[in-house]
Design a protein around this ligand. Sequence first.
Ligand code: SF4
Ligand code: SF4
Length: 368
Amino acid sequence: MNTQDTHTPLSRAEITLTRHCALVTCGQTVKRGERIATANAPDLGDLHSPLNGTVAHVDPYRIRIDAGGDQTEVPPVELDGLTGPDLHARLRELGADLPPVGEFDTLIINGADCEPDVFARQHLMTTSQSTLEHGLAATIALYTPKRTVLAVLKGTSKTLIGTELVQVSEQYPSALDPMVAFKVTGREAADDALVIGLETLFQVGRIMESGLPALETVVTVGRVNRLVSVGTPVGQLLADAGEQPASGDRIVLGGILRGVAAASPAQGVARNTSAVTVISNPAPVAQDAPCVGCGECVRRCPARIDPAMITSYAEFGMYDKAQAEHVGACFECGLCGFFCIARRPMLQYIRLAKNELARAKAQTGEDN
Ligand code: SF4
Ligand code: SF4
């Protein structure tokens, strides 16, 4: 694994909206660090422009910004003296993807890279100890846990002061949040335990140190880790790494098992993007083929649910039935899709069902 902390000069950025609402319109000028979208999910932070420029495109899925114009940036925000819900609200406003504050006995920081060939968390542990410790102090102050655990892959010697170290196996999917929670608490979904990814700690630390929004993230491209601006086009990252995807290759934001295919090389990395991966043309493509009932996905599922049944319900929009089959317990490990002999888009169906259920729940909440 190599490391390279460079800021790619951006001529254009594309910010992906997942559960965010755009605050800007086409033609508007924005400053680096200006808030451009608000989060409408309880565990997401707001989004900010990574460059000075002009908004070139806005739709429900993305905001594209072309560089140019005035080079002044937004001023830092004063965070000293803020505590509890006020600090939590301000951190989310500045881009920290922090879950709601609640009663948690155990705070688990997941510092273990989850997928093969992804090393972003390892890179942060090696290069950003001081920022991570700032982030940890603020996070502990927010959630006031009785116990704070840092999960790392076996053989990792780095730790964070004030945490109890737990080592997890490198074997996939041992480092996924629910598996780590099980290792620490004996339960995969414990109400009194909160799992936060190391990159969120990094975001919080950067915000606390600077008073500025979280505009950067670490991604593994090839075997090189890079600190890049959120919104950097994946095509640009691959070109900088000397990788030229061939016709028919797919560019994936994330690792090979859990990543999401980029809509185009212009799509920008998100704050939670851990890697940019190219899947070469000969790999079998997922397709809307019918399930042949082989049962392989059920055998492979670490969450002990029925992926075949859940995805069949999701395929036909029967999300309440997918919920009754415990789609919410899915870890999104991707193993069912990886082993599906019919090449069904299992993880895509599962994410669709989860999103639709979350959307329906939010609407019901709004209606009440
Ligand atoms: S992605 Fe598939 S295999 Fe993994 S937990 Fe979810 S249903 Fe099970
Ligand atoms: S692995 Fe694929 S084909 Fe086999 S039961 Fe599961 S969904 Fe059906």
